[in-house]
Design a protein around this ligand. Structure first.
Ligand code: CAA
Ligand code: FAD
Length: 379
């Protein structure tokens, strides 16, 4: 692995940092408080090329590598993890899945708009009774010849009400278990498709999370991704890369909290000196910095593996497992460094602490990452 970032990668990092600081910082507390979807901000992110970073320019994307994507995700997440989860789902689940496995027709019809941020997408795997145990799909896609008839409920879908295109995983041949599952592209206005109420969440409150209901939704056959029965493998492949994005989100939350803690520790005085001169605070900062650097290396390793076409299921899972713990630990300690001020909204660290928690849950909980890692070690 080359530890030196290229000029292009540094430029992407700088552009993402500038955008996050100039355009996301000012309204982030209000968006969090009112669960306001960052529509304007996402539009700008599309214009700047952050919504389809790794998609080939042929389909309107930035043609960038995964390392650049990780760097951008970190910078956006330092300031607004709601924006970064919207970005992550669109980039690494929806766009990547379509570009890698979609037909030329699907790419022309959907990917070109998703990659520019003209529309955004959602990835729909989880169900009320199928979260970690993702093969237990109850949503059915019955083969009707020229179309599938989709029935069922999806839960916790990010971009649930703001997406135009939904990649829906559903069971077609239950007797084949996970090998009977399909992935279908469903358009927002298809009759029988209803978006449920918005979840009132602990963190990433600017993102919109919804259940989705499908009742006799007709999905044309040409909207199936890959061969019949490829849907579960599709989901697993997509998630292997998606986890690198969430690891980078966790890294960003951690580094955002850390930077605020360093700044505050130099300003706040107690017992006649800045609190940064107390060794207990210095040690907290040292632990944070060390953990963040280790998390960043794991994220870059996973991104490098993906860019080098090596197997990245294990390195991506390791990056997510570790970085999400670092995000949680760092954010809690950043609140501690701020004392009482850390407990109120103006100082940002309480939001970062709430946002950090989700990184240990979605795209596979930490327990699931350990299953993925240990299976890779033992296989
Ligand atoms: N690539 C390709 N195929 C894979 C794969 C991978 N990385 N990992 C597993 N598979 C395949 C296996 O080869 C197997 O297929 P075959 O039998 O044909 O060989 C099939 O998938 C089933 O695999 P397992 O037997 O390992 O399945 P399992 O039931 O024991 O568990 C699991 C697998 C890893 C636990 C999986 O269910 C899982 O990842 N669960 C977590 C679900 C998850 O991450 N959900 C996230 C939803 S999206 C989201 O959360 C977005 C967001 O918040 C923003
Ligand atoms: P469960 O699977 O019920 O797990 C409960 C607990 O049991 C967890 O601690 C888990 O780790 C543990 N557990 C389960 N099985 C095992 C095991 N075998 N060994 C050890 N421990 C185990 N899903 C989507 O498809 N698309 C999205 O866009 C999306 N966005 C989300 C956004 C938010 C804000 C949230 C909260 C969730 C989102 N999800 C999405 C769903 C998310 O991926 C699931 O919540 C997650 O995979 C866990 O599933 P579950 O909630 O059903 O928990």
């Amino acid at each position: 692995m080359n530890f030196q970032l290229t000029e292009e990668q540094l430029a992407v990092q700088a552009a993402a940092r500038e955008f996050a600081q100039n355009e996301l910082w000012a309204g982030v507390i209000e968006r969090d408080e009112h669960q306001k979807f960052p529509a304007e901000q996402i539009k700008k992110m599309g214009e700047l090329g952050f919504m389809g970073m790794m998609v080939s320019p042929e389909y309107g994307g930035g043609g960038m590598d995964t390392v650049s994507y990780v760097l951008a995700m970190e910078e956006i997440s330092k300031v607004d993890a709601s924006c970064s989860v919207i970005m992550s789902v669109n980039n690494s689940l929806v766009c990547w899945g379509l570009e890698k496995y979609g037909t030329e027709e699907q790419k022309q019809k959907y990917l070109t708009k998703l990659a520019t941020g003209e529309i955004i997408g959602a990835f729909c795997l989880s169900e009320p009774e199928a979260g970690s145990d993702a093969t237990m799909q109850r949503t059915t896609a019955v083969d009707m010849g020229d179309h599938y008839l989709l029935n069922g409920t999806k839960n916790w879908i990010t971009n649930g009400s703001s997406a135009s295109v939904y990649l829906v995983i559903a069971q077609t041949n239950p007797e084949l278990k996970h090998r009977g599952i399909n992935a279908l592209i469903v358009e927002r206005d298809t009759p029988g498709f209803v978006v449920g109420t918005k979840e009132n969440k602990l963190g990433i409150r600017g993102s919109d999370t919804h259940s989705l209901m499908f009742t006799d939704v007709k999905v044309p056959k040409e909207n199936r991704i890959g061969e019949d029965g490829f849907g579960f493998k599709f989901a697993m492949q997509v998630l292997a890369g998606g986890r690198i994005g969430i690891a980078a989100q966790a890294l960003g939350i951690a580094s955002g909290a850390y930077e605020l803690a360093v700044k505050y520790s130099k300003e706040r005085k107690a017992f006649g000196v800045p609190i940064s001169q107390h060794q207990a605070i210095q040690f907290k900062l040292a632990d944070m910095a060390t953990n963040i650097d280790a998390a960043r290396l794991l994220c870059l390793q996973a991104a490098h593996d993906k860019d080098a076409h090596l197997d990245y299921a294990k390195s991506g899972a390791m990056a997510k497992l570790f970085a999400s713990k670092v995000a949680m630990d760092t954010a809690v300690e950043a609140v501690q460094v701020h004392g009482g001020y850390g407990f109120v909204k103006e100082f940002h660290v309480e939001r970062l602490m709430r946002d950090a928690k989700i990184t240990q849950i979605y795209e596979g909980t930490s327990e699931i990452q350990k299953i993925v890692i240990s299976r890779e070690i033992l296989k």
